[in-house]
Design a protein around this ligand. Structure first.
Ligand SMILES: *[C@@H]1O[C@H](CO)[C@@H](O)[C@H](O)[C@H]1NC(C)=O
Ligand SMILES: *[C@@H]1O[C@H](CO)[C@@H](O)[C@H](O)[C@H]1NC(C)=O
Ligand SMILES: *[C@@H]1O[C@H](CO)[C@@H](O)[C@H](O)[C@H]1NC(C)=O
Ligand SMILES: *[C@@H]1O[C@H](CO)[C@@H](O)[C@H](O)[C@H]1NC(C)=O
Ligand SMILES: *[C@@H]1O[C@H](CO)[C@@H](O)[C@H](O)[C@H]1NC(C)=O
Length: 633
């Protein structure tokens, strides 16, 4: 993925480019060029022709469109419209935002819609959206390998209601500001990204007559009715339960280079000083992270404790930094949040694969999981509220353990305040944070070997907060289990990456020794990737990759007699080959099968998208739980 710094901007492949190159190769058949240098070892079938390029190709993220009421939005607002041409080094684009006067808060749902198109070829770019400095969408752009690519991201942003309400007269009469950054360069490519950002506001029942309707983009006839009511989108379930009263950005207030903090190494902690309202009774920290530069492939980074100074594998000629990161410090990263220097929560980041990573042909036109809307990580800080409301300023910090340059991080502190009292008090009564010890084993000789990082930790804290809602004790138990196995054979030409990461958060809410609520969130994110590489000739490298990746999450909430449950299983299997030259895909092909399954206490949704050689061969969705159950088995 293109970093924010301005370095090599090269053309993605088109057949034309390759043919020109090959025809210059004096009588050598194209396939000989990509035949491995060791005869008789790896033999690849002749690659099929590059998929036909069409000017109206949708790049998509086959997840659940936010389910909406059966009626139209009460109102829709186009907040920002901009053409991002040559924006390197430019500050984010800003637009004033005030909620539509004809449909004031509260809303039963708010959906953000980002629709964008690329005028021509481009690389994938880093982008993000902030509302008053609070990150609300950290997307990546696709890697448009044909002119006229467009895509759309729809995200349930109901949990940002406190920001979307705009400012009250007490808070000054300045409107809120929606900022968007998309650092594009026209140094080599003329490709311009045209972006529209809209908000759709809904009021009233979320579903009518037991049926909901998905947001139907113009011209789309499929995916209309989605069967039984799905009452809530997964993102509002779980730890939030309801939108917060206030959202405090833990971000870089300067904002001229975006509101992220940029972390350059594992020791760096960046953050903001915040003074919380003294009637706060609940707090959740939502953390956003993205990995770039030397850590673009952190999940495939080998660990080398022996060998030449535990250094990274030297990039081969034409290398494209997949197992060749600058430091071979292993495939483990942990995002850690601190308050006044003390650990308050962490997450193993989901290894988002960028549209230009591994094999760009895998992700055209279907995005890798989370690429257009990275997952965020919710940390319940309620046990610390007693400490946070002492009237003193507190430093909220973010760090990424074992990281290399660079990570972009920020967080939103969601705060619930007790309108009925200004004498909330509380205390942390239990804090058990053992160090996350990892066993790290490595055995390498030159370019071959294997390494493993493994560990698990259980963290517990609990605290009480006494407010008009009673004296409530919140106990958090967080378990993380992690394993990374990376292996290279055949002088580094055969590599395999296996990552297993599991997390479970259990929250128990008690009043007067009686349990009044329980929340459980469980995630599992397996990744396996096997690559065979060979010399592609002319300084290029040929990689044949098989990849399986999934994001599985279940959330359950039991509170005040009510219970809710939701489960998402988003899985992709890809296979194909790519010819890389200086980090750029010169030629390739890929098949990707995506299966997205959503189930909650009211219904099911299953979408299967099958892309073969860059063409969508199957795109089916159903609200049948029976079909979802079949897909499960
Ligand atoms: C490109 O798209 C247009 C309109 O959607 C369609 O008519 C045409 O057949 C497509 N061309 C190819 C080569 O797929
Ligand atoms: C943005 O909206 C305008 C209409 O307001 C429309 O003409 C244009 O095609 C839209 N662009 C994208 C990328 O959706
Ligand atoms: C980490 O990065 C920061 C900011 O760039 C720098 O000041 C610090 O010296 C670095 N630390 C190490 C150990 O490299
Ligand atoms: C909380 O803040 C309010 C307004 O700032 C103030 O009036 C009140 O005395 C404070 N309460 C406590 C317990 O500090
Ligand atoms: C709230 O409950 C905790 C634990 O049960 C107790 O230690 C604390 O004193 C109580 N606080 C108030 C204000 O009653």
């Amino acid at each position: 993925m293109m970093s924010l710094t301005h370095h090599h901007l090269l053309f993605p492949c088109c057949l034309l480019l390759l043919l020109v190159r090959l025809s210059g190769a004096s009588g050598v058949s194209p396939w000989q060029l990509i035949t491995p240098s060791v005869p008789g070892r790896l033999v690849f079938p002749p690659p099929p022709s590059v998929p036909a390029e069409n000017a109206t190709l949708e790049y998509m993220d086959p997840t659940l469109p936010p389910l909406l009421p059966a009626h139209n939005p009460k109102c829709s607002l186009l907040v920002l419209q901009y053409n991002f041409a040559d924006t390197v080094g430019a500050p984010p684009v800003a637009a004033n935002y005030t909620p539509p006067p004809d449909c004031p808060a509260p809303w039963s749902r708010v959906v953000l819609e980002l629709s964008a198109s690329a005028s021509g070829l481009q690389k994938d770019r880093i982008a993000a959206l902030w509302l008053d400095g609070a990150e609300i969408l950290p997307p990546t752009t696709p890697y448009p390998m044909a002119p006229g690519v467009f895509w759309r991201v729809r995200k349930d942003v109901t949990r940002y209601t406190a920001l979307l309400r705009g400012r009250s007269p007490y808070e000054g009469d300045q409107p809120c500001v929606l900022s968007m950054m998309l650092e594009n360069s026209n140094a080599k490519y003329p490709g311009v990204y045209s972006v529209n950002v809209s908000l759709h506001f809904y009021r009233g029942a979320l579903c009518s007559g037991g049926r909901c309707i998905g947001l139907k983009p113009a011209g789309e006839t499929k995916r209309a009715e989605l069967g039984p009511a799905l009452s809530a989108h997964p993102t509002i379930k779980g730890i939030y339960r309801e939108p917060a009263d206030m959202i405090i950005p833990i971000s870089n207030g300067d904002g001229r280079k975006g509101f992220w903090f940029r972390l350059e190494n594992e020791t760096e902690v960046q953050g903001t000083t915040v003074r919380l309202p003294n009637n706060t009774y609940r707090a959740v920290l939502e953390v956003y992270v993205s990995h770039h530069g030397d850590d673009e492939y952190w999940y495939a980074n080998p660990l080398r404790t022996n060998g030449p100074e535990a250094e990274g594998l030297q990039p081969q000629q034409g290398g494209d930094n997949r197992l060749e990161s600058s430091k071979a410090n292993g495939g483990f990263r942990q995002v850690v949040a601190t308050v006044d220097g003390r650990y308050v929560g962490s997450a193993i980041p989901f290894p988002v694969i960028y549209p230009g990573s591994v094999n760009p042909f895998f992700w055209a036109p279907v995005a890798a999981i989370g690429a257009y809307d990275h997952p965020s990580y919710d940390l319940d800080l309620t046990p610390f509220v007693g400490h946070l409301i002492d009237g003193a300023p507190h430093v909220f910090g973010l760090a990424v353990r074992d990281s290399q340059p660079f990570w972009l991080v920020s967080a939103n502190l969601h705060v619930w305040v007790d309108a009925w009292s200004d004498t909330v008090e509380g205390a942390l009564v239990r804090y058990k944070v053992p160090p996350f010890r990892l066993s790290r084993q490595a055995d390498w000789t030159e370019r071959e070997g294997k390494s493993e990082i493994e560990g698990q930790v259980i963290i517990r804290f609990s605290g009480w907060v006494s407010s008009s809602k009673g004296n409530i004790t919140t106990s958090v138990r967080h378990k993380i289990k992690f394993k990374s196995h990376i292996e290279a054979e055949e002088k580094g030409e055969m590599t395999s990456v296996e990552l297993e990461s599991k997390a479970r958060t259990n929250i128990r809410i008690e009043r007067e020794d009686q349990v009044i609520g329980r929340v459980a969130v469980e995630t599992e994110t397996p990744l396996t990737m096997a690559t065979m590489s060979s010399n592609g000739g002319g300084g290029s490298r040929f990689h044949k990759t098989k990849l399986a990746h999934a994001l599985m999450e279940t959330r359950s909430v039991a509170e005040n007699k009510g219970t809710s449950f939701s489960a998402v299983a988003d899985r992709q299997d890809s296979e194909g080959a790519v010819l890389m030259e200086e980090g750029v895909a010169m030629w390739g092909n890929g098949d990707t099968k995506s299966v997205y399954k959503y189930r909650d206490d009211k219904g099911c949704y299953l979408r299967t998208v099958n892309v073969v050689g860059g063409k969508v061969k199957e795109d089916e969705d159903t609200a049948s739980c029976a079909a979802a159950a079949v897909a499960e088995s």
